[in-house]
Design a protein around this ligand. Structure first.
Ligand SMILES: [Zn+2]
Length: 435
């Protein structure tokens, strides 16, 4: 999990941080006819963990990025998926001078314009086998994918599973995937579900609260088991869902706790030991197959399948509209003057809509530095994004909805970007307006 980076902005540049518009449309609640997911056999999930443990033992005790243990883990998971009828792809990237791999598996069928993804990182830290972090998530996602194949599930949405590399180095693999996905492909992602540490020995039951529909899907599942849940905070933004969220994709997931300490109130409702870490072997050599809570792993594995079955049922009717775009790169000077990129809108009648969509893709290494405006043909500015001293993440990849009904539609519209702090730079990669 990557720590947050804070920097002071000049007094003039500090402004309230708020994204003024919504990202891509949220996941729709599943139709009543969603088939019930099967039980995911705990024995199968644990069998995968045993394999990952043997791989680590045979490869210097870990499955870390750039080590033979990681590649062997990828090969193991991939062979299972190939045998089950998946179309698998190995996406290569480089980090720290070593080659990394993301494993992507597509289940045939479903609406290609509405893709539901579920993923987990497959790498460990160098100091241990990484069985809870994150063999548990990797094994549960794998066994869910195999259950889809056993059931020959034909979901309405297209299903894609992913195992990320180099998460422990700062979400490197998942970022690489999102950043290298064409914006048209990114727009097809209706949701991304993340599972990072779901078998903690002193388990808690935490649900991500990033998207209301996904959150409710998990909460209602656990409620059905009479297992209370809490909102996930410890790993907020520090796992592979973060790049997807930054790109405007609805995200969610589950977590059973890492180095935070279980409170007595939590021990009361979940069992286990108060005053002790949820996982005291977090990022250490004792994160082996003995470091797993079977009940938590079993319940969470079933919850993974429940969410995949439920959220892949039903599709939404995509909004129609005419798109005007510009993909010419425009450099944004560091802590300097504003720059613009233009699109010429023609053939429209009357005014622009009240729900004008502005999708932007701005590459930058500290997006808090950026102030982003949409300029109408008459020069009226609509603020899309303010600067923020605490937002250290990369890139502004988002879709904003603007009430532009006061503006004439035809004419030259401009995206204006200004970097208001020193040290980090970037460029406008592409943007588009949908009328
Ligand atoms: Zn992890």
């Amino acid at each position: 999990m990557r720590p947050a980076r804070l920097r002071s902005l000049s007094a003039a540049a500090v402004a309230v941080a708020a994204l003024l518009a919504t990202a891509a449309p949220a996941v729709q609640a599943a139709p009543a006819r969603a088939a019930a997911a099967p039980d995911i056999p705990l024995a199968n999930v644990k069998a995968h963990l045993t394999q990952l443990q043997s791989i680590a033992t045979a490869n210097g005790g870990n499955r870390a990025h750039g080590r033979t243990g990681y590649k062997a883990s990828v090969d193991y998971v991939r062979a299972k998926l190939d045998a089950a009828g998946y179309t698998t792809t190995l996406q290569q990237f480089t980090s720290g001078g070593a080659t990394g791999y993301n494993l992507i598996a597509d289940w045939p069928g479903g609406d290609p314009n509405q893709v539901l993804m579920a993923g987990s990182h497959l790498d460990s830290v160098t100091s241990g086998a990484g069985i809870n972090d994150n063999g548990s998530g990797s094994a549960a996602v794998l066994e869910t994918a195999l259950a889809v194949s056993r059931a020959q599930l034909a979901p309405d949405k297209h299903l894609r599973f992913a195992w990320w590399g180099a998460e422990e180095l700062g979400l490197v693999g998942s970022k690489y995937y999102v950043n290298n996905l064409a914006s048209t492909e990114r727009a097809k992602l209706s949701g991304y579900l993340n599972f990072d540490m779901i078998g903690s020995p002193n388990a808690g039951y935490f649900v991500y609260d990033d998207d209301p529909v996904i959150e409710q899907t998990f909460k209602s599942y656990f409620a059905g088991l009479s297992v209370p849940t809490e909102i996930e905070t410890e790993g907020d933004g520090r796992s592979d869902h973060a790049p997807f969220k930054s790109a405007g994709v609805p995200v969610g997931g589950l977590f059973t706790g890492a180095s935070n300490t279980k409170s007595s109130a939590q021990a009361q409702k979940w069992g286990g030991t108060a005053g002790q870490a949820f996982d005291r072997c977090y990022h250490s050599s004792c994160d082996t197959t003995t470091n797993i809570n079977d009940t938590a792993l079993d319940r969470n594995s079933d919850a993974v399948a429940h969410a995949v079955w439920t959220l892949s049922a039903g599709t939404v009717t995509p909004p129609t509209g005419t798109v005007f775009s510009n993909a010419t790169d425009v450099a944004v000077p560091d802590n300097g003057a504003a720059v613009t990129s233009s699109v010429a809108v023609t053939g429209r009648t009357g005014n622009a809509p009240a729900t004008l969509k502005a999708a932007v893709d701005i590459k930058h290494t500290y997006r808090g530095d950026l102030v982003v405006d949409l300029l109408a043909p008459d020069g009226t500015a609509y603020r899309l994004k303010n600067s923020s001293s605490s937002d250290s993440a990369d890139n502004v990849i988002a879709t904003y909805t603007v009430n532009a009904s006061a503006e004439t539609a035809n004419g030259t519209w401009k995206l204006q970007v200004r970097d208001v702090a020193a040290q980090d730079t970037g460029y406008i990669d592409s943007w588009q307006l949908t009328f």
